[in-house]
Structures are given as C-alpha cells and as structure tokens.
Design a protein around this ligand. Structure first.
Ligand code: OSB
Ligand code: MG
Length: 368
C-alpha cells in the first residue's frame, strides 16, 4: 500500500455539556481529522489533543504544523505492507504522539477494511462486547454532581469516574459513596496533587474506590510509587505512560496497579498494543481512556478495548453523551448492560458522514 495524500480537516463541534477537569473547562471542541488516501481508498484518524496544551503539550495547531511539515514528508509515497510499519517511519519525531497516532490509526483502519476484516479482530481483539464506564466532569455543586451520577447509572454504565481536585474531592466522593454504596467508583485528579497531599489522599481509602487516577505530576512515575506505598486505594497512571518502557518502569517501581491506555497519548495502535502487552506481562490490568473524541476516535477506542487485557470498564461511551449529532454512521450506542458491541463490519465498522463533516469543517488542506 502506498500513501498518496493526507487530508487534514479541523471541525468545530460544541459539546452537549461543558466538560470540566482540574485544568479547565471545555465547551467547544476543535476536532482535527486525518484522512489517509492510499490505493484508491481512504482511512480516517483523529488527533485527540485538547484545545490547549494542558492535558499534554499538543494542540490542534502544533499537530497541524507537525503533520504538514514533518509527518507528511516522512510517509507520503512510501510503500508499506502493514500499518505497523508507519511508526518506524516516524521514529525520529520526539513527542507529537497524537499527531503520529492519527496517521497510523487511519492506516490501520484502512488496511483492515481492505483485508475485509473488522479492525478489532485484525488488531488481535478477543472480546466483542466491551464494558463501559463514564467520566463525569467537575460540577458546580453537590446536587449537580449527584444528578449526573444518577443519570449515568440509569443509562446502565458499569463504573463512575468523577474528576476531582484539591477542594473538590472528599465531599463529592463521600456523597456519591454514601448514596450508592455498591457501585464501581473512582476519581481522576489529572495531576492536581503533590506528595505533600499523601495524608489527605489516604482519606480516600475509606471510599472503597476502584482506583485513583493520576494524582501527581503528569511526567512522574517515581513519586507515584512512593504515594502508592502509603495508600490502600490502587493508583492508575494516565498522563505518565507514553510507551511500553514506561509500563515496565511503573511496574518495577510499584507506581500503579492499573493503567489507562489512550491511543493518542501512546502514539497509535502499535504502541498501544505494546503497552497492553507489557502491562499484561506485569500483571497490570488496563482500560481504554477517552479524550472527548468524535465518532472517528471513539470507533478506534472501541476496537482497542477488545484486546484481552482490557478487563476494566473504559471511558468509552455512547456518542450522545458528547454530541448532538456524531460524525459517524451509525452512532456509538451502549447496551442496557453498560457495554458496547464492536461491529462485525470490515474496518472500523462506522462510516464517516461526509455531509455533516463538510458542514462542521473550519478549514481543510490536502498534502500530496
Ligand atoms: O484524564 O481521562 C482524562 C478528557 C479530556 C482530557 C483528559 C481526560 C478526559 C476524560 C474524558 O476523562 C474521557 C472521555 O472521553 O469520556
Ligand atoms: Mg485521566
């Protein structure tokens, strides 16, 4: 297969409800899509960065610059027989994992479709039905927080994750646990604490949390190990894990007991599979994280979640939680059991809605 062109499109998509984390509030998404053209067909990928460099260093603007100035010259007109050959073509690039992932994932999706196989099977997935949880943003008050949890439980989701930060942690977690003593509950701090908060974080042990996600610095593994020794609650690393070696390091240090795998953060399907395998070898279960993706990225998250060590509910949810109208057909839906069925169709199993994509596009550029 030979990549003939890359089409970049930035879509503007308002969220159904604003999403607030310890680093800020998102109201309108800038969704950067990459369409990879090869052999008379095309595959789609999504750059999953935030609008601002707060979760990671990437933004739609850095991704556009790196895609057009650096990645396009590396991959255009190059022959490859399997999409796993794309990551080595881009190996000189430091960082910019989400820009790299968008191209690699589009190639995976296209190659699976051309092979007549569902992407998830082609990746080595084994479970067609994946367990789903939700990530609930910080709410202005306790009533709104409890109402949001109630709504998601009614929709059938198997696990509730709430965003927390200093000053908004014991109160929401305690209130949720008191009202729902049995649910699978967890908190995500997005790096809002320091090791000086260890005693405070140890109070979370009373809430029987499934895990506490990324309490400390985004680039830290070592001090998470020190914290994990002081807590009964399992720690989960998100921001700190970029490749399989990070998993080996975290496992060796005892920095976490669970890992969140995000396709964009680790640089695409090849790296995500390596992260998955390293975690499995270390006895660490994983789950698939989300980045408020449009249907394109959501479909890829579903495929990834079918790998055997994705044993915990992921942040992979129905299109309607985020979008009035998603850009894929059909939209992603959740069963009453709180699961998503990976589609049996070739490729990602969802078709991009070109009419809607065109209407939402702020700019478009094709690189040849
Ligand atoms: O830390 O998991 C995170 C959204 C944006 C940035 C970081 C995170 C999140 C989420 C949302 O938790 C997960 C989703 O897409 O539903
Ligand atoms: Mg997280």
């Amino acid at each position: 297969m030979k990549i003939e062109a890359l089409t970049l499109r930035e879509l503007r998509m308002p969220l159904v409800t604003p999403f607030e984390t310890s680093f800020g509030k998102t109201v309108n998404r800038r969704v950067l899509l990459v369409e990879v053209h090869a052999d008379g067909a095309s595959g789609w990928g999504e750059v999953t960065c935030g609008e601002l460099p707060f979760y990671s260093a990437e933004t739609p603007d850095t991704a556009r610059a790196v895609l057009s100035n650096v990645i396009a010259p590396m991959v255009l007109h190059r022959d490859f027989s399997h999409p796993r050959e794309l990551a080595p073509m881009m190996r000189l690039i430091r960082g910019h994992a989400m820009a790299r992932a968008a191209v690699e994932n589009a190639a995976w999706e296209l190659a699976a479709r051309q092979a007549g196989q569902p992407l998830w099977r082609w990746l080595g997935g084994t479970r067609q039905e994946i367990p789903c949880g939700v990530s609930i943003g910080i709410k202005p008050n306790l009533d709104a927080q409890l109402a949001a949890v109630e709504k998601e439980l009614a929709a059938g989701y198997q696990r509730i994750k709430v965003k927390i930060k200093p000053g908004w942690d014991l109160e929401p977690l305690g209130a949720i646990r008191q009202r729902w003593p049995e649910i699978q509950l967890m908190g995500d701090a997005n790096s809002a604490y320091t090791l000086a908060d260890a005693q405070h974080l140890a109070r979370f042990d009373d809430f029987g949390l499934m895990m506490l996600e990324q309490p400390l610095w985004h680039d830290d593994i070592y001090f998470h190990a020190q914290l994990q020794r002081q807590l009964r609650t399992p720690l989960c690393l998100d921001e700190s894990i970029h490749h399989a070696r990070d998993v080996e390091q975290a496992a060796a240090l005892g920095a976490c007991r669970i890992i969140n795998v995000k396709l964009g953060r680790v640089g695409g399907f090849s790296s995500a599979r390596a992260v998955h395998d390293a975690a499995q070898a270390a006895g660490i279960p994983v789950w698939c994280g989300g980045m408020l993706e449009s249907g394109i990225g959501r479909a890829h998250n579903i495929a990834l979640s079918t790998l055997p060590n994705f044993t915990l509910p992921g942040d992979v949810t129905a299109s309607r939680r985020y979008w009035h109208e998603d850009i894929i057909d059909p939209e992603v839906t959740v069963t009453p059991r709180g699961t998503i069925m990976a589609p049996e169709l070739p490729g990602a199993g969802f078709t991009p809605r070109l009419d809607l994509i065109r209407r939402l596009t702020a700019w478009e550029e094709t690189l040849r």
